[in-house]
Design a binder for this molecule. Sequence first.
Ligand SMILES: Cc1cc2nc3c(=O)[nH]c(=O)nc-3n(C[C@H](O)[C@H](O)[C@H](O)COP(=O)(O)OP(=O)(O)OC[C@H]3O[C@@H](n4cnc5c(N)ncnc54)[C@H](O)[C@@H]3O)c2cc1C
Length: 415
Amino acid sequence: MTESTTHAVAVVGAGPAGLFATRALAAAGCRVLLLNRDIKPGGLAEYGIFLNKYKMKGGLRRQFSKILTDPRVTYLGHVAVGESGPLSVPALRAAGFDAVVFAIGAQGTKYLGIEGERLPGVYHAKDLVYHYNRLPPFSDCECEEIIAVARRGPHEKAYDDREFEDVEDAFDREAYRREVERIRPRLEAAGQSADELLKALAARPEAEDRCRARLTFRFLASPQRVITEGGRVVGLEIEETRLERKGERISAVGTGEISRIPCDTVVFAVGDRVDESVGLPYREGLYVTAPGAEQDPAAAYQVWDPSQGQPLADVFVVGWARRASDGVVGRARLDAETGIKHILKVLGSRPTRAPAEAERPVTAIMHELGKAGARPVTYEEVLRIEAAERERARRDGVEEFKFASDEEMLALLSS
Ligand SMILES: Cc1cc2nc3c(=O)[nH]c(=O)nc-3n(C[C@H](O)[C@H](O)[C@H](O)COP(=O)(O)OP(=O)(O)OC[C@H]3O[C@@H](n4cnc5c(N)ncnc54)[C@H](O)[C@@H]3O)c2cc1C
């Protein structure tokens, strides 16, 4: 690609993966149209990461702002691509971009498939976090007791010590000790040490401040059904499990013993899957990518149409859209940057265009959105919204204020 010629690329999704993908594409000289469902960019870095991590969020926002003010980049928020939005996947592809990169995260919800799982009073972890992130200022935890239910045992925990620090001040150490003793025979039957866990507990420093809430664990318990009475959640029915070793893997096997954990809210934190309604080939929680990634790593980013047995040559996925719920921002960024390296290689074998030609698909999308009656929000308009939020936070004397709905943000823009 020479200075005067370029490729035109659409990136769908402005979370960390989409933004870092955009940066890598723009740095390579591409003209980029970045479309985002939410009005504001940032994805889960804006609406997922815990709200009091101001420093981390601020740092990311500054990096994102640099990307979004690059003259090679046009940002349009409030544009959902897919069956339910103003722009379908075929319409986007028909605009004539050299590549379309989907970085739309893992918007779907995983369910265990148990009775009562979708009743009022039952939530998915992400819904809860979105809720908190929209309700500033978040004061303090209000639940009296949180019981973390896990099918397997403490040795199979999927969090690390740093992640646990965020909830340390609610952790009930004595209850944990009792729980380890309760399941000791089942741990030892699987060749695991209960004493090792108690030793690690003793070595853990006590939290300095106690939170009003109390966090306890219920290990070796497989959820069977959400119990309701008069339309309200009153408990979670669980089956006790034991651990079974299959090679390297430890799995939980039901013992047939059923018991009930009384509670008034159930939050499932069992992972995410991609949004199957978007209109990309989908299989078992993920978009389908080309086979043969072991020999050719680029295949893992190339969307594949199994009904035709061939790739959608111009369509790629990166970030959580490629591997649902896979790691933190740094990992989404690495995945996006690695994906773009492969995509640039593919583009290298395709003809470049003069800058005016690269504008054509961007103009075509603007036209398409106009026809569909959409109200895209530019990055300049996002900056206006953020300035109004900062002013409101200053007036209210809070660290951060965020408008809670699209309607409020759109009303501000039309005022
Ligand atoms: C509760 C929670 C807390 C977390 N805390 C941390 C933390 O403290 N530190 C850390 O490093 N990481 C944290 N993470 C992980 C981090 O948020 C992810 O690694 C990262 O956001 C994934 O980036 P992504 O761009 O792939 O997806 P997302 O961040 O999900 O971004 C997807 C983007 O795509 C857009 N989109 C979705 N569907 C469409 C569509 N159909 N059309 C157009 N646009 C669409 C969305 O609007 C969004 O902007 C947390 C995640 C969660 C869920």
